[in-house]
Design a protein around this ligand. Sequence first.
Ligand SMILES: *[C@@H]1O[C@H](CO)[C@@H](O)[C@H](O)[C@H]1NC(C)=O
Ligand SMILES: *[C@@H]1O[C@H](CO)[C@@H](O)[C@H](O)[C@H]1NC(C)=O
Ligand SMILES: *[C@@H]1O[C@H](CO)[C@@H](O)[C@H](O)[C@H]1NC(C)=O
Ligand SMILES: [Cu+2]
Length: 244
Amino acid sequence: MSSLLTLTVALATFFTSTLSHYTFPNLLHNGIQYPDYTYIRRTWNYQNYYPLFDLTSPILQCFTNGTYPNPGTLTVSAGDTVGFTVGGRIVHEGPLLFYIAKAGFRQTAGSMTGAGEVWVKINETRPIITDVPAKLELYKWPYYNASEVHIQIPPCLPTGEYLLRVEHIALHIAFNEGDHEFFGACAQLRVVNGGNGVLAPYTSFPGAYRSDEPGLLVDVHRNWVSIFFSIFDSSGVTYIIWER
Ligand SMILES: *[C@@H]1O[C@H](CO)[C@@H](O)[C@H](O)[C@H]1NC(C)=O
Ligand SMILES: *[C@@H]1O[C@H](CO)[C@@H](O)[C@H](O)[C@H]1NC(C)=O
Ligand SMILES: *[C@@H]1O[C@H](CO)[C@@H](O)[C@H](O)[C@H]1NC(C)=O
Ligand SMILES: [Cu+2]
C-alpha cells in the first residue's frame, strides 16, 4: 500500500512538473531552429522542468547549475530577431523578460558567468488590460500558451559578445511570499553590425529581485484598479539601452 502511494505521489509530481512547467531549449534565428541547448546553456531543470524559487541562488544568472555542455556562440546582427522555443507551454500568469550582459575585457560569451552587476533589462511584456478594474487572468498575458518567444536584438547594441537571458516569472500563487516561480535560459551570442547604444541601468542575479517586492508578492487574481501598471516596476530595473 505504501509503495503504491509512493508511486502515485511520484507520478503526480512528474505530471505536475512536466505538464505544467516549461523550459527554453532551442534557439530560433533566420528561420532555423537549432537543436536542444545549441547556443543555449543547458539549464538545471532541462529534464524535470522545475521552477526556481530561490532568489538568492546563482542559478538565477543563467538557470544552469554546475557544468553544462559547450553550447557554442551564434553570430547575429544587431537588429535581428531571435527566439527561444518553449519546452512545454507557458501556462502560468506572469511577465516575460529579456536581459542582456556584455562580455567584459578578455571574456567571451562562452567564458563569462553572468555573475555581478552585468545585466540590463531590454524588454518586459506585461498583461494587456482592456477593462478596469481587471483581474490578470491567464489570457491577458500575451505569452499565454506560447510555444516560442521572440526578442529583437536592439539595433543600437554595440558589437560584442553577449549573454541573452530569457525569463518568465509565474505569479499565479504569488500572493504567498516566495511562491513566485522562475523559468529561463541564456543564449550565447556574438553581435555584429552593432550601434552606439549605452547599456543602463545594470543589475545582478541574484540581487535584482526581492521576494517581498510588490511585483513578486502579488495577488494577480484580485481586482486591480490602477496599480497593476506599476507592479512589475518594483525591482528598480527599468529599460533599456539609450541611443547616443
Ligand atoms: C545544484 O547542484 C548541486 C551539486 O550537484 C546540488 O547539490 C544542488 O541540489 C543543485 N541545485 C538544484 C536547485 O538543483
Ligand atoms: C518588447 O517586446 C514586445 C513583444 O514582442 C514588443 O511589442 C515591444 O515593442 C518590445 N519593447 C521594446 C522596448 O523593445
Ligand atoms: C495551446 O495551443 C495549442 C496549439 O496551438 C492548442 O492546441 C491548445 O488548445 C492551446 N491550449 C489552450 C489552453 O489554449
Ligand atoms: Cu507552477
